[in-house]
Ligand binder design. Structure first.
Ligand SMILES: [Fe+2]
Ligand SMILES: [Fe+2]
Length: 168
């Protein structure tokens, strides 16, 4: 990639999203979504409006995240080493299952049966998935010949475009 300017590094505090490499960006997303699920757990059963708002925020964050992984990060990891095939395939299947739950949640009201259960199962599936990415896939990606800075920039730009999927 020609003419990539060196980003100023900040050593303290949270890294600004602008200067993040692809993996830092994904790790940041993982943390944010985990915090949102925890916030949802803490809501009272009567906070219907807050539940709906937060559930949609979670669905949007996960949609943006899965899109940038599937369109940009996973193909790069797959291409970097043929031995990464299986782990990327598995991640895509896990995403499909998350997308299915996300579509169901978007189409529901928090007062409906199984709404909380769907959020809970989604959070458990994501926790498992994130564990595999962070412990298996990301270390492989770090050791590969990937240009994580430019992938990160590409992912940031794409992330800004992605919206919630349309249901019905
Ligand atoms: Fe993922
Ligand atoms: Fe991820």
């Amino acid at each position: 990639m020609a003419g990539t300017s060196k980003s100023e590094s900040t050593s303290a505090g949270r890294a600004p999203a602008q200067g993040s490499d692809a993996i830092e960006l994904l790790l940041q997303d993982h943390e944010e979504v985990k915090a949102m699920f925890e916030k949802y757990e803490a809501l009272s059963d009567r906070s219907i409006a807050s539940k709906r708002r937060l559930a949609l925020e979670i669905c949007l964050a996960l949609t943006k995240h899965t899109v940038i992984e599937e369109e940009i990060f996973y193909p790069a990891v797959r291409e970097a080493n043929r031995q990464n095939e299986d782990i990327v395939d598995e991640a895509i299947v896990e995403h499909a299952s998350a997308k299915d739950l996300i579509a169901q949640i978007i189409g529901m009201e928090p007062t409906e049966d199984l709404y909380d259960a769907k959020i809970k199962v989604l959070s458990e599936q994501i926790e498992h998935h994130v564990g595999e990415e962070e412990n298996e896939m990301f270390p492989k990606a770090r050791n590969g010949k990937l240009d994580l800075e430019s992938l990160g920039q590409e992912m940031m730009a794409r992330k800004a475009e992605v919206q919630l999927p349309q249901t019905q």
